[in-house]
Design a protein around this ligand. Sequence first.
Ligand code: FAD
Length: 472
Amino acid sequence: MTLPLDRFAAVIGARNVMTGKDTAPWDQDIAGEFFAPPAAVLRPASTAEVSGILRIATETRTSITPVSGKTGFNGATYAPNGIKLSLDRMNRIRDLRPAARAIVAEAGVVLSKMHEAADEQGLVFPLTFGARGSAMLGGVLSTNAGGSNVLRYGNTRDLCLGLEVVLADGRVLDLMSALHKDNTGYALKHLFIGAEGTLGVITAAVMKLAPRPRAYLTATVALRSLGDALVLLNRLQAESGGAVEAFEYMPREYIEGHLALDRKARPPFADRHDINVMIELGITSSLLAAQRPDGTRPADEMLETVLAEMHEEGALLDAVIATSETQRREMWTRRESAAAIAYLRSCRLDNDIALPLDRIEDFYAAVRPRLGAADPGIDELTVAHLGDGNLHFTLYPTSTDEALHDRLREIVEDVVAELGGSFSAEHGIGLYKLPTMRRRKPAEVLDAMRSVKRALDPLNLMNPGKLVPPAN
Ligand SMILES: Cc1cc2nc3c(=O)[nH]c(=O)nc-3n(C[C@H](O)[C@H](O)[C@H](O)COP(=O)(O)OP(=O)(O)OC[C@H]3O[C@@H](n4cnc5c(N)ncnc54)[C@H](O)[C@@H]3O)c2cc1C
């Protein structure tokens, strides 16, 4: 089939239609997987241009895969010989309204630029994770990304007030409300959040901002059990009025992996512990953050008191509280090395799962014997957003046998289902999790999803083959 590249060029200019070697930056995702050069990459600069492209795509039956920062993990931007529509030139912050705690930004704005813009106003755009220097607003909305502080601020869906979307046929949906309450029919914006580009192209959004904490309290603690970690989390939430922003679990193998990855890294404690948790509280109250003449702050005392209680009870084995920005950074660097640590070994199965907080110990108790029976010698690595129940549970099977890998995936899925969890917490479905979608989602749920897809994209042009498995 001849692609209508000349017609696209008439809308966005020939130099914004990339072909041949010029598509190299879009040939694969950042993790280096799912390599597949597209036939062309289109780089529109406005909503009107996106609309023009999609009108032509509909007329010519041309599939389109939207792409933002390419940091997704599930092959959701894979489009061999297809057309990718990159939002990278739509990178304007249209408005920032400090009093309304709202920012209006285009889909190609990089996450860290949102952070900087909010910071200039003494505010924060809370969504953050390791790929913040590359991931873009359109991508994080389309994957409903989570990250390290979902516990306090919710995931991307919770931070979104309004959305601008171009439908597959080129019509523009203006849902750019800055309202916190708006019960005027179906909440259409939520259909596009987490849709992985299968229903339309997000071109802009209104996102929430939050007050910038006056102080961050950051610590790494070693605990006796994951049950004790939950007790600690609940006590800190109660004492701080819900100020816990990060509660990140790193078991012994993770700490060792980090030391292997980075020769300059230091272990958190002199002794090695099985259960290590990095905690961060963001203190917005001036009363709690105010420094007394002797240099102490009520917020530090609150944290120290809770940790001391847990220590006396025998639940807390060790603790280090960061006393400088350098020490805080060191703790974050350890946590944000997760992808590099997991990728140290190549024969790997990634599981991004969510569990109710009080079932996490049950998960390990149930899954380990079953995995060990299927593949004696199998290894595992966890790093977890423990505070919201999201485990990145990577398996290292002893062989590359695909049948074995399928069995192992199904064991994890079984246990997750038995405990009321989810097989995809924050990374989405893409291509990688399509088989799991097919076998785990109830048939009527998949049918409802297919109906939505047909209603909004009847020709199946938007990122085809992702997210919802075909009916047969
Ligand atoms: C080091 C590292 C750490 C990470 N940590 C986290 C984490 O803690 N939490 C987390 O949730 N994720 C994490 N991720 C995964 C990834 O960063 C997120 O999935 C991110 O939201 C993807 O954004 P992106 O701009 O890179 O999107 P892309 O990868 O470019 O696209 C992702 C999906 O969105 C679609 N899409 C992109 N733009 C649009 C648009 N404008 N309209 C419609 N559809 C669109 C694409 O078609 C694709 O389906 C991490 C990734 C890395 C590399």
